[in-house]
Design a protein around this ligand. Sequence first.
Ligand code: ZN
Length: 310
Amino acid sequence: MGSPVSPILANLIMEDIENKAMTEFHHPPKVWKHYVDDTFVVIKRKDLQQFFKFLNSIERTVQCTQEIENDGVMAFLDVKLTRESTGYLDYTVYSKPTHIDRYLNFRSDHPLQHKKAVIKTLLCREKLLTSNETNYQEGMDRIQLANGYPPALTARSQNSTNTKKMVENRCLVVLPYYRGLSEKLQRCLRNHNIKSFFKPMRTIGDKLRNEKDPVHPFDRQGAVYCVPCGDCDQKYFGETKRSFKARKKEHINYIKHFHPEKSALAKHALELGHRMNWSKTQIVAFENDFRKRRFIESFFINSTRSIINE
Ligand SMILES: [Zn+2]
């Protein structure tokens, strides 16, 4: 899915295949519901394999796989469906067998509002994806137990899930979280009509080594950079949507092939015979948005005294 048009094309092709499957097969499925690349189908057992074969014969490059209900139970997306003897479908939240219902633990060193948000999100999910009160209660008990949430907090969240009030025209601040201090600070700020949010300072993820090779700043896309002149105290600020490495090559070529009109850096080097100190290059910011990048570049140009840029 590299190109932005790919999902649209994929949908159009899938629609065409579905139309053919539903209109040309002699006993089409009773129910056909799809979500992106997953489809839920209700079909008579005797027609299943023939239909499956027909479906895969429509387009050679698009081949489906199938999963059949086991003892009347089947998982579709996040939902576990159970076919009742009465013919009704019972549903509840589906989790993989390896899932252990672990979320943010209540005893962990995180702001209370984060914990409240976790329990509210899980409550909403249980409400939406369960067909009856028993399934809902079972799901919530399991989550509460695995993550140490007090039943009183869950009950309060249950009551407030549908009655959340948004407070308009309030200042918002995001601060690092320190247990004990942050709660006091939050009360203080509330008195001044400032709403505060906290983010944890130390996470286990920060402590663990990143397995990915770090990208060198000169190879990162969307950079604002500063190159000092090696022969005077002036500096050049530039921005590029590509990497600094690629842009540096261009600057060097402008100097080499005598193109002072192409950049202020080349002009400075050619007219004054100065050499840039490339080894002292600094990447001052990374920003992928063009306008923001230009803003940062202008900020540095305007706040630096000795500047090459015109
Ligand atoms: Zn110079």
